[in-house]
Design a protein around this ligand. Structure first.
Ligand code: C5P
Length: 236
């Protein structure tokens, strides 16, 4: 990757392509937590996340949820549609964990009676604060129609992934999605991987996601390998 990226994120770079409607995402092994406060690398994470995210994007497309995925030209590269990203992080939660458990004083692992959708303002300087429909409208982060669409797609993604992952003995605790506009339409973008989801083994409740890095639990690479293996059969 000799040329200069259009955008450099915490774990990915985005490059222009010859097609103005598409960009190339390059997945690195860098890992951060606490909005960059903790930094490290997870061996081959870029490869595993690219493969896992590509798998999920294809699965979602097959189940009627269109998204930015075009193809996976190499182990660390994903070709995607070029989106104008909405400055929102959309979190869906089935089981209390992480910041929700802390904020509401819930024990981690408590199943909630319905999925919870939360919207955060995507802004590193502010630490991605939680916002509601009023904030979003008042400061113009997205239109009401866009918010409704984003929430409806997020809940559909939750249904599809929860059902699929159950067949692989993985419980989908919660996850974060990002969306953008492509030719004026709201489209699912970013990635879906152990970096952006909480996956627990259904039986043992073992954590198979980035919480192992965030909480210094060890066996981080093995957790990513296990998810890739359960989804695709690949042994690394
Ligand atoms: O930390 P919190 O409990 O709010 O995270 C909820 C979900 O969103 C988790 O699956 C986490 O991996 C994901 N997330 C993310 N990027 C962030 C914040 C949360 O992928 N900046």
């Amino acid at each position: 990757m000799g040329k200069k990226p259009l955008y450099e994120g915490k774990a990915k770079q985005i490059y222009a392509t010859e097609n103005p409607d598409e960009v190339l995402v390059y997945y690195r092994d860098d890992a951060t937590a606490g909005n960059g406060a903790k930094k490290g690398t997870i061996a081959d994470k870029g490869i595993m996340n690219n493969k896992i995210a590509s798998f999920f994007f294809k699965l979602l497309k097959e189940n009627g949820v269109d998204n930015h995925f075009v193809s996976m030209p190499s182990d660390r590269e994903m070709l995607v549609k070029s989106l104008k990203i909405l400055p929102l992080e959309v979190v869906v939660r089935n089981i209390a964990a992480g910041s929700l458990a802390k904020r509401l004083g819930l024990e981690e692992g408590i199943k909630m009676s319905c999925p919870v959708v939360e919207l955060y303002y995507k802004n590193d300087e502010l630490g991605d604060p939680l916002v509601n429909d009023y904030h979003i409208k008042a400061i113009g982060l997205a239109t009401e129609t866009q918010v409704a669409e984003v929430e409806s797609i997020a809940l559909k993604v939750n249904e599809i992934l929860t059902k699929y992952l159950a067949t692989k003995n993985i419980e989908l605790i919660d996850f974060k999605l990002e969306f953008g506009l492509y030719k004026g339409q709201v489209l699912l973008g970013d990635e879906i991987s152990p970096d952006t989801c909480r996956f627990w083994d259904t039986v043992t409740k073992e954590k198979l996601d980035k919480d192992r890095f965030r909480r210094d639990m060890g066996n981080v690479e093995d957790a990513y390998k296990e998810v890739l293996h359960r989804l695709t059969g690949e042994v690394r």
